[in-house]
Design a protein around this ligand. Structure first.
Ligand SMILES: [Zn+2]
Length: 90
């Protein structure tokens, strides 16, 4: 199985399942009634070695690409505004 990033295929799958369960299996930033799209894991601190759940967010491809243009500070602000469910973990 090919690997991507710094996680093996299985570890990546496990991380994805865990975050999907936590975040409700949908993009954190899309409106609730948005159509379900393919989801990706985003690293809040831009460090793909940091796969701690607090550093991972479930996003659609469009939002994942948008996040890459933002600074870490701006991302955190955005997540505080939109990522209500994440707060419980802090
Ligand atoms: Zn989205």
């Amino acid at each position: 199985m090919p690997t991507r990033g710094h996680l093996s295929g299985n570890a990546r799958k496990f991380a994805f399942m865990y975050i999907a369960e936590r975040d409700g299996n949908r993009c954190l930033l899309c409106p609730k009634d948005a159509p379900i799209t393919a989801l990706e894991l985003e690293h809040v601190d831009n460090n793909t070695n940091n796969n701690h759940p607090t550093n991972l967010r479930l996003l659609c491809r469009r939002h994942n690409l948008e996040m890459r243009k933002l600074s870490i500070v701006d991302k955190r602000k955005l997540y505080l505004k939109h990522g209500r469910r994440i707060m419980r973990e802090r």
